[in-house]
Ligand binder design. Structure first.
Ligand SMILES: [Zn+2]
Length: 336
């Protein structure tokens, strides 16, 4: 890190200095389907409650802002980092005024609602400042028998969905399957989906929080009221051509596997003892540890990457290498 201690936090770095890895405070979200594994398994500092659902690891979404807790930018929001150091952070993707990905850990102690996210064009019709949401899940842990719901069975139409909701039988319209640790499920915008109970996962998605709920399993909230549904918006955003969605088939790459590759993000996985150089490709890389601690060497510095921790390696970084132990698993997420 080359910036003097006294440097103002707003100092522009573009083209001047190279930055090392940036760490953020997690933003914890309590929702009634959450649990405690964000703390017990992933090491987040939780309060006494038992409904910790999501840890937003990297977020630049309206008031939900990741706050830097290391480096000379401590206390800055991700939005401020992008404003002041856009090229240094984004490299070849510079010019964007919002960090394009939202990275989360999610503990589904209970099942989530059945939901759909809009694509970019649909999202803008509801809120011109919002994005569509294509997402992917990488399962960290799943209790035996845990299921995800992903896509519609063949032949399901808008009419059959409406009829099934009326009779409490929507589950019959949904494709579902059991998952276990290591599985990756890719959910393009427009896919009807739900995460079942017992699953701890990492989620990579477009920076968006637009969700339309089709069905909430006939549950009521703490106030005794059912949560709001958005059936017609959900049906309007559903891609009825998609059909059933299954686990991704990982593709072999040098040192590891590519789990997902789409117009919004790539997800690669490196596991087992070894050293993996991060290419100097003028892109940011988000690194997440899904198992035993790894370290990341960036220039002269060594960053710990414990189970459940996330690092942002800005595009303008010094030479970087992931150092994995025998039981380490690290995801590398970046833009295409
Ligand atoms: Zn979703």
């Amino acid at each position: 890190m080359l910036i003097p201690q006294s440097a103002p936090q707003t100092q522009r770095l573009d083209g001047i200095l190279r930055m090392n890895a940036i760490r953020f405070d997690p933003l914890l979200k309590r929702i009634r389907w959450g649990g405690t594994r964000l703390g017990t398994t992933l090491g987040k500092r939780l309060g006494p409650e038992t409904d910790y659902a999501e840890s937003w690891e990297i977020a630049d979404h309206y008031e939900d802002q990741s706050i830097v807790n290391t480096s000379y930018f401590a206390g800055s929001t991700l939005q401020e980092l992008l404003r002041d150091s856009n090229e240094a952070i984004l490299g070849r993707h510079a010019g964007r005024d919002q960090f394009p990905l939202l990275i989360k850990f999610l503990d589904a102690s209970d099942r989530l609602s059945v939901q759909v996210h809009p694509n970019d064009a649909q999202a803008k019709t509801y809120d011109p400042t919002e994005n569509g949401k294509t997402e992917a899940w990488v399962i960290i842990d799943a209790e035996p028998g845990s299921r995800v719901y992903a896509g519609l069975k063949e032949g399901v139409t808008a009419e059959s969905i409406r009829a099934a909701i009326d009779t409490g039988k929507l589950e019959d319209c949904l494709h579902s399957f059991e998952v276990s640790a290591g599985d990756c499920v890719f959910i393009p915008a427009g896919t009807v989906h739900a995460i079942g109970e017992g699953i701890l996962l990492a989620e990579v998605q477009q920076s968006s929080d637009m969700t339309f709920r089709l069905y909430d399993w006939d549950r009521v909230g703490a106030d005794g009221q059912p949560r709001e549904l958005h059936i017609e918006k959900a049906i309007a955003c559903t891609d009825f051509e998609l059909g059933p969605v299954n686990c991704q088939v990982p593709q072999s790459i040098e040192h590891g596997q590519e789990l997902a590759s789409c117009e919004y993000f790539n997800i690669r996985r490196y596991a087992g003892a070894g050293q993996v150089p991060i290419p100097d490709d003028d892109r940011f890389h988000v690194l997440l540890s899904l198992a035993e601690a790894a370290t990341v060497t960036v220039g002269p510095e060594v960053e710990q990457l414990a189970f459940g921790q996330t690092l942002l390696l800005p595009a303008e970084h010094e030479a970087a290498t992931i150092n994995l132990a025998a039981n380490s698993t690290v995801l590398d997420v970046f833009l295409p």
